[in-house]
Design a protein around this ligand. Structure first.
Ligand code: FAD
Length: 535
């Protein structure tokens, strides 16, 4: 048995932030436990290496979802990083905070835009945006998280933006500025063309600290509770570590609720059905799963400089590899989704309700359809930003090595189907503009000339996650029966236990979720310091 002040479970986006910020206090001893391995692989550093991880089990939990009732009972896919850096080690690196108004929805919890902005700024080290008129005082330049323009500027990714602008959508230089609506290039969490995951940004520079212990390949089975006080954790191989101050669950939106349930914290009936002794009844654990449903329009192209494998592409790829290793430039620095947009399906809306990710490769079934991925081409993802369908994470059994039942419940709400339909039609209009159409050989989904009913069928046949699950340990007010943590992210009814990761979002923000998760951890680290440094 070993003792620490703080035990952090999971070295992903949030866990790495906590490890770095808490170990700044020399008198705190901090243990970080990560189920996956070290993040030394060059395939993590090289942005294009994501293609070796997202569709496979390499550094990836690669979960299956429950059959999706509203989508012909298809089983969906939920990749999640299993390595230091967590999902930020395998993600598409897009730096998005969400719409400012999204945080006003959290203002009643004390997490409004003015509360969270200082933590976005604190975390950020933006290499390119210097607070111009659209982003005045919004960007940080001294934080650990490198953010930069892409080092790959693929002309076809720009052609998609140009087509949208030609149709009248605004061009946006900074999606994190005051105006989000429009089309443009994404900024990425990279430095000089390399991925900067949360591990590389936060952990690597401070790994030497004597008060920080990092143990990889160590999976936590449950937290240890005595009379509703958290005392420590137990790993799958039976090791026990105790925490003098707090245990912080940062295992992500799928595994954090699973750990709570396996520890006896959750809905009474579910625990009883799985022969788990009830420690504390908390109905919200694992409920409120929200994720962005995503439809991918996919085209084969006549451009062999797009990703794909052909005889003529091989010498070009060798040249690109040389360029990457010599100068950190070229297509291997690409995050694939170089450009995109945030648009409104109804002009009267106050915030964009759909997002595009334009990808310089053919993406079918999360690139698990290898034969399609070998074709040169491009794809556009359309996702619904504030879905009304809500799902859950529940236990399959009391065995911690069993994957939980992940049910995002995609497209269960009719409004989500209609928003998706409107969004895909807008995407198709752009894709049919000559500025981008000229590079198409054929539509792989054959979805360009369908009537609404046919397109809805197609959407139900092909929609799946764009990898932003949140909300399964929801932050809420004490009178909210579905709340799992309070606004300090403390598990309600349990002492010395917090959840600090994407699971605490009360609802999905309109954008990608890595930067918001890092913001949440930055702010919570200050809350933890304030509590324990003043006691
Ligand atoms: C393929 C993909 C692409 C994405 N693209 C983007 C993007 O471009 N931009 C963006 O903003 N967001 C993106 N996201 C989402 C974003 O990366 C996540 O929202 C964010 O990383 C979540 O952070 P987290 O700390 O909640 O969880 P994670 O980063 O997933 O961290 C959880 C960590 O806990 C570990 N863990 C789990 N269970 C245990 C256990 N029992 N014991 C010990 N350790 C455990 C895991 O191995 C993992 O390292 C993407 C995600 C994926 C998967």
């Amino acid at each position: 048995m070993k003792h620490f002040d703080f035990i952090i479970v999971g070295g992903g986006s949030a866990g790495c932030v906590l490890a770095a910020r808490l170990s700044e206090c020399a008198n705190f001893s901090v243990l970080l436990l990560e189920a996956g391995g070290e993040d030394t692989s060059p395939l993590i550093k090289m942005p294009a290496g994501a293609v070796s991880m997202v569709p496979t089990h390499y550094n990836n939990w690669a979960f299956d979802t429950a059959p999706q009732q509203a989508m012909a009972n298809r089983i969906g896919y939920q990749p999640r990083g299993k390595v230091l850096g967590g999902s930020s080690a395998i993600n598409a690196m897009i730096y998005i905070r969400g719409h400012q108004q999204d945080y006003q929805d959290w203002a009643h919890l004390g997490w409004g835009w003015d509360d969270v902005l200082p933590y976005f700024i604190k975390s950020e080290n933006n290499q390119n945006l210097y607070n111009d008129s659209n982003s005045k005082d919004l960007h940080g330049h001294n934080g650990p998280l490198y953010v930069s323009n892409s080092y790959s500027n693929h002309p076809i990714a720009d052609a998609f933006v140009d087509a949208g602008v030609a149709l009248g959508y605004p061009h946006i230089d900074d999606f994190n500025g005051f105006e989000q609506e429009g089309m443009g290039r994404y900024q990425v969490t990279q430095y000089k063309g390399q991925r900067f995951s949360a591990s590389r940004s936060y952990l690597e520079p401070i790994r030497y600290r004597n008060n920080l212990t990092v143990i990889t390949n160590s999976e936590v089975a449950k937290v240890i509770l005595e009379d509703k006080v958290c005392k420590g954790i137990e790993t799958l191989d039976g090791k026990i570590f105790t925490a003098e101050k707090e245990v912080l669950l940062s295992a992500g939106a799928i595994k954090s609720p699973q750990i709570l349930l396996l520890s006896g914290v959750g809905p009474k009936e579910q625990l009883a059905n799985n022969n788990i002794k009830l420690q504390h009844e908390l109905d919200g654990v694992g409920q409120n799963l929200q994720d962005h449903p995503d439809y991918v329009s996919c085209f084969e192209s006549n451009r062999t400089d797009l990703y794909g494998l052909s005889a003529s592409a091989i010498p070009k790829m060798i040249k690109q590899a040389y360029q990457y290793f010599k100068n950190g430039q070229g297509i291997l620095t690409s995050n694939f989704a170089e450009t995109g947009g945030f648009l409104k399906t109804d002009k009267a809306l106050q915030r964009p309700d759909i997002q595009f990710h334009f990808v310089i490769a053919t993406v079918k079934d999360h690139a698990r359809d290898w034969r399609t991925s070998l074709k040169h081409g491009f794809s556009n993802h359309t996702c619904v930003l504030r879905p009304k369908s809500v799902g859950s994470v529940t236990l399959k059994s009391n065995n911690p090595t069993d994957c939980p039942i992940i049910d995002p419940n995609f497209l269960a709400h009719e409004d989500d189907v209609n928003t998706m339909l409107a969004g895909v039609k807008m995407a198709n209009q752009i894709l049919q503009h000559d500025l981008i159409k000229r590079y198409q050989v054929c539509s792989i989904n054959q979805d360009q000339n369908l009537d609404d009913n046919e397109l809805i069928d197609k959407i139900k046949t092909l929609t799946d996650s764009v990898y932003h699950p949140i909300g399964t340990c929801k932050m809420g007010l004490l009178d909210d029966p579905s709340a799992v943590v309070n606004n300090q992210l403390e598990v309600i009814g349990i002492e010395n236990l917090r959840v600090v990761d994407a699971s605490v979002f009360p609802n999905l923000i309109g954008g990608n979720t890595n930067a918001p998760t890092i913001m949440v951890a930055e702010r919570c680290a200050d809350m933890i310091k304030e509590k324990w440094l003043n006691n």
